[in-house]
Design a protein around this ligand. Sequence first.
Ligand SMILES: [Zn+2]
Length: 212
Amino acid sequence: MASLYPVSMRRLINELTKLPSVGDKSATRLAYHLITRGRHDGLALSAAIQEAIEKVSLCKVCHFIAEGEVCPICQDERRNRRLLCAVEKPADVIALERSGGYRGLYHVLHGVWSPLKGVGPEQTRMQQLLERLNPERSTPQTDDPLQLPLEELILATSTTVEGDATALYVANAVQSMGVVVSRLAQGLPKGGELEYADELTLHLSLEGRRSL
Ligand SMILES: [Zn+2]
């Protein structure tokens, strides 16, 4: 019985169950591994978690993962600053970078509009995207690399119902801003997440993107 474990072990198990996809059984197995065979790895893991939490946060411009205020992609002056690609999560930036087919900037939404799961646009970074795109925004951020007028916004949300709904919502919201809005071409599996698409498929779907 779990209650027979010492308090510190129960605390470790309890903290592990707070992680996504970790239930009681997995948490107990992990805790048992860490305090028996994985003691050294456990200490290294603990130090890595602490260091990452202290140093890493979200880029204040594009909301990708960054050490410091602005991420290397936003700082890179060789990138095409007239092209902006909105994605659901940081892993999608990595996938698109790996495809080699994109040299513009990004905006990470950190979620999609999903009314059935109770996630509204305000729980994602959609508003921040609209503020970045609106030249008449009331509080301009001088460090936003999108200082040139934007030519195209690529909506690279997943081909799920929520991903499509999010793309449509953003497309409608930016309609009056004079920006070309496009969506990645079909070819990505329906219901598929960008993160898991292979590099060639991503490359081709970027090349064949269509206007909305
Ligand atoms: Zn950034």
